[in-house]
Design a protein. Structure first.
Ligand code: PMV
Length: 349
């Protein structure tokens, strides 16, 4: 039997969300992806999570979001803790007070699972290291990625800054289904990529991502999708190195539309697209045909992620304000960009 050292300690992490360009859609085994995915970390959309550990006869937790105890998240956290307990035994003998807050509003349409689960994983590993009496309590990032993955697949990619790949891919050494790794070879243009998010509809999704993933199990296009994602992964790794925006947009848009196409061709079929989403996509393509360096991506929802180089910032902002903001819910949009990885103990976000 392992002896679990009692600790009375706190760990606090600020962790970013990310935007996938090659999308993870569908799972196998325990939270392993059907296909490799590539994303970049966002700067503004972050979650701060403080975990206070108190010795207790039995493990347990109290979760609060933006200062209020939130029991509606307990099932998701409990499922994650069941995994975490196996790797981090101190959890069995401590009560954890988990306080979380997001920089982005809960109803903004931005998924907070990547930032929140990665912050939680990093904080728990730091406390685990303390319980082992380690001098250096900094979490190992691969371990944090593997643990975050068990809470939410996309969270595996949120433990690093910049560009990240998750999922075994033969063309990249060290890649794994168990954890994400950083993508090192990136042209300067893509190291400063901008991402403006058009909030077309902030309402909660009718079909969750978990349900969407599970509809891939028997999807008629399952194998073709895996092949497509591998092909896009290989091409995107080359494009990121070379810095070619036209090819980048081709992949990003094809991935976004394929993701929504997979939803439309699932059984049961569904769509999360809003009429204004389609209007925005048409306007973005028209602007590109007119010479603006701009393209789009989408998550599993109606909102549109605009992608463009830092050098086009001014022109793109005036295009958004003139043509796109009217399509947004209460003209709501968020300007974000690629950012650094998680940080420890920051007082204000
Ligand atoms: O991490 P999850 O289970 O919420 O799935 C995320 C799926 C997409 O955001 C649609 C794609 C991705 O790779 O992030």
């Amino acid at each position: 039997m392992t002896l679990i050292r009692e600790i009375r300690a706190e760990a606090e992490w600020v962790s970013p969300s990310n935007l996938a360009i090659v999308k993870y859609w569908g799972k196998k085994n325990i939270q392993e992806p059907l296909n490799p995915s590539i994303s970049f970390t966002l700067r503004q959309a972050v979650t701060r999570t403080r975990i206070k550990a108190e010795p207790a006869v039995e493990g347990g937790f109290t979760f609060s979001l933006n200062g209020k105890v939130k029991e509606s998240f307990n099932d998701k956290i409990e499922a994650f803790m069941l995994h975490a307990r196996r790797h981090l035994p101190f959890i069995r003998k401590h009560h954890l007070y988990i306080e979380s807050s997001n920089t982005f509003p809960h109803s903004s349409g931005i998924a907070s699972s990547a930032s929140s689960m990665s912050a939680l994983a990093l904080g728990l590993i730091e406390l685990h290291n303390l319980s082992l009496g380690k001098e250096d309590t900094q979490p190992d990032r691969m371990m944090a990625s593997g643990l975050a993955r068990l809470g939410s697949g996309s969270a595996a990619r949120s433990v690093y800054g910049g560009w990240t790949l998750w999922g075994r891919f033969e063309g990249l050494k060290g890649s794994s289904d168990m954890y994400a790794i950083p993508v090192e070879e990136v042209a300067d243009d893509f190291k400063t990529i901008r991402n403006a998010i058009l909030i077309i509809d902030p309402a909660k999704k009718k079909v969750s991502s978990s349900e969407g993933h599970s509809l891939m199990d028997f999807h008629p296009y399952r194998d073709a999708r895996i092949g497509q994602a591998k092909d896009h992964t290989e091409r995107l790794l080359g494009i990121l190195k070379d810095g070619d925006w036209d090819e980048f947009f081709e992949i990003a848009e094809n991935e976004a539309l394929s993701l929504h196409g997979l939803m439309m061709s699932s059984t049961p079929s569904y769509t999360l697209l809003h009429p204004n989403t389609i209007s925005a996509l048409a306007l973005i393509r028209e602007a590109r045909a007119g010479g603006l360096t701009i393209g789009f991506s989408m998550d599993a929802g109606p909102n549109v992620h605009l992608l463009y180089p830092a050098s086009e910032e001014e022109k793109v902002r005036s295009f958004i304000e003139k043509e796109l903001s009217a399509l947004c819910h209460e003209q709501k949009l968020i300007y974000d960009e690629i950012g650094p990885g998680p940080e420890r103990n920051i007082d204000e976000i």
